[in-house]
Design a protein around this ligand. Structure first.
Ligand code: ZN
Ligand code: ZN
Length: 591
């Protein structure tokens, strides 16, 4: 969250969007006088406004609201900042409990109270709201805006509190930028992973376990393929896979520090009699247990203990978002125990892995180095040394300008390198992260015996390349719009017999293809061939094998691709060899 806010503060569109949100709530207040304002921040893609109103707002109301907003903008009213005392503020917002709550929070944090006004009191349009800014100077500076959607949102994201209404909108410096953004949204909507996930029967959710995906058979194929790839490629590079308990006594999390800092985000099982367990929110503590379970020598380092166990984090229901923000997930995790001298070499190897993995999906990515934050643990020399090493290896890998630096964005226990991926729509996603940690080995009192017989503390690298597999698959679904590369496609081929006369031939083909581990189905539904082709295209199945009497006689299939290309009749052995080759090389091509 902190990271999101920091990024936002650097966004030059922030004042504009914040101001557009003020114009929205002023317009809403004028149109619905009984409305109670709650809050309205700018977000990365625009802004939203939460309000309490008995009447339900629908997108049909947007035209009316946008018209009123435009009137306020055209009036070119000044937007001004005011500082007031707590007493004055409480008087101004006396009839709005939400603002009074907010004032209590400001008081608790010891912050100053700032208000922003639009227009002058007594004018046709006038508003005064609690806000810390920043804003543009006049309403006319808002050159292009649009309301996008309306949804329910719990007060403070807490499902035990009142359900409010939330309008989302966006604003840009000019009409062209807005238009481009709206087109991107339309495309993103078509690619929405929740929609495609349902159409292709990849995963589902159920209210008995909010935020925890059920992987359906077809989605499970994708998950397993990704994990297999991870497993094989990491084994080649000396990674050793482990699996550890999902539930540990709370004492483990006290040692790791999670109990103090992270308990509210954990699922906790209280078995009575002081017998309290936590469901692991991350793999690190158990990896430390394995390292510390026997004496270690410098010869064992780097020791790379990988695992893909399921993790659980208790997210507020308002924060959940399909596969992109979940309560239960797996990571392609590893904890690499190294010596300080091995930092550079270890990162070089991990960058090499990242490069390979992202190339496979044809995804652009860049690295972002997060350096020492204000509050940090450990000694400053170790930090300086590690940061210098990371700068060097990043420069060697991607060049001096090939990565960005986020000063103070490192974890409190060590600097980190994040992997920022750009998808096909140009959206940035933070995926993998490679974090150095001086602290956990300290907390678990880990040691290895060095060459000279002395006891030394290892450094640990926490690293994920996909990040959360659930989230990664959500992004893959949108990136490929459900048309996965052959190696990931849940069903790789469908056999379409032209008449029932070819059913036996179709079955023997299916057997032959399955023998080669090609995922294949027969469509023997009582439908026309055209309908079956359409069906396969909707399901984004890479290959359709159409078989009639002629194909049967020649031991051939007529190949159609999901790209609608018709390749004509081909010998079945040639087809099998082709698919095997495409699968092996993880090619994005179909032929
Ligand atoms: Zn504001
Ligand atoms: Zn970790």
């Amino acid at each position: 969250m902190l990271e999101e806010i920091q990024k936002l503060n650097k966004d030059s569109l922030l004042p504009l969007r914040h101001s557009a949100e003020h114009v929205l709530h002023l317009a809403m207040q004028e149109l619905y006088p009984s409305l109670k304002k709650v809050m309205g921040p700018a977000i990365e893609t625009g802004f939203y406004f939460d309000f309490d109103l008995d009447e339900s707002i629908t997108p049909e109301d947007f035209a009316k609201v946008e018209k009123r907003m435009q009137e306020i903008i055209d009036a070119n009213l000044p937007i001004k900042k005011h500082e007031v005392s707590m007493e004055e503020a409480r008087e101004i917002f006396a009839d709005n409990q939400y603002k009074l709550d907010w004032l209590d929070e400001i008081k608790e944090r010891g912050e100053d109270i700032t208000l922003y006004s639009i227009g002058k009191e007594g004018d046709e349009h006038y508003d005064l709201d609690l806000c810390s800014g920043p804003h543009v100077k006049h309403t006319e500076d808002i050159k292009a805006f649009k309301l996008l959607s309306v949804a329910g949102a719990y007060y403070k994201g807490d499902e035990n509190k009142k359900m409010l209404q939330r309008i989302y909108g966006t604003a840009f410096e000019n009409k062209e930028d807005l238009q481009k953004h709206l087109e991107m949204l339309e495309e993103a909507n078509k690619r929405n992973h929740r929609k495609i996930g349902k159409e292709l029967e990849l995963f589902m959710m159920h209210e008995t376990s909010p935020g925890s995906p059920y992987w359906l058979p077809k989605g499970m194929v994708i998950l397993n393929e990704l994990i297999n790839y991870w497993r094989v490629e990491h084994a080649k590079r000396g990674y050793k896979e482990t699996s550890t308990p999902l539930i540990n006594k709370k004492e483990l999390f006290e040692t790791s520090g999670h109990w103090d800092y992270y308990k509210d985000d954990m699922f906790v099982c209280d078995m009575g009699d002081d017998d309290i367990y936590g469901v692991k929110p991350m793999n690190c503590p158990n990896a430390m247990i394995i390292f510390g379970s026997k004496p270690r020598s410098y010869r064992e380092l780097p020791l790379r203990l990988s695992d893909a166990d399921t993790l659980h984090r208790h997210e507020k229901s308002g924060a959940l978002n399909g596969l992109l923000r979940v309560s239960s997930f797996r990571q392609d995790d590893s904890h690499n125990f190294i010596t300080t001298e091995q930092i550079k070499e270890e990162y070089a190897q991990i960058f090499d892995i990242a490069n390979q993995f992202y190339s496979v999906f044809n995804m652009d990515f860049k690295y972002r180095l997060g350096t020492r934050p204000e509050k940090y643990l450990g000694d400053i020399e170790a930090w300086d040394y590690a940061e210098k090493e990371l700068h060097e290896i990043l420069t060697e890998t991607v060049g001096k300008d090939g990565y960005s630096v986020e000063e103070g964005d490192g974890a409190f226990y060590g600097p980190k390198v994040d992997i920022i991926m750009k998808d096909v729509l140009g959206r940035d996603w933070q995926m993998g992260t490679i974090q150095l940690d001086f602290q956990l080995p300290e907390r678990f009192d880990l040691a290895y015996i060095d060459k000279d017989g002395s006891k030394k503390r290892p450094v640990v690298v926490h690293r994920v390349i996909y990040g959360s597999l659930e989230r990664f698959i959500g992004i893959l679904i949108e990136h490929f719009a459900g048309a996965f590369p052959v190696w990931l496609a849940p069903v790789q081929a469908v056999i379409i017999p032209i008449t029932d006369g070819q059913l036996d031939y179709a079955s023997s083909l299916k057997e032959k293809l399955s023998e080669e581990e090609i995922r294949v189905e027969i469509n023997d539904k009582d439908e026309s061939m055209q309908a079956k082709i359409r069906d396969a295209q909707m399901q984004k199945i890479p290959y359709m094998f159409i078989v009639g009497g002629r194909e049967e006689k020649a031991d051939e299939v007529s190949v159609r691709l999901r790209s609608e290309e018709d390749l004509g009749a081909k010998p079945i052995d040639e087809v099998i060899e082709k698919i095997k080759d495409i699968r092996l090389t993880k090619s994005l091509n179909l032929w």
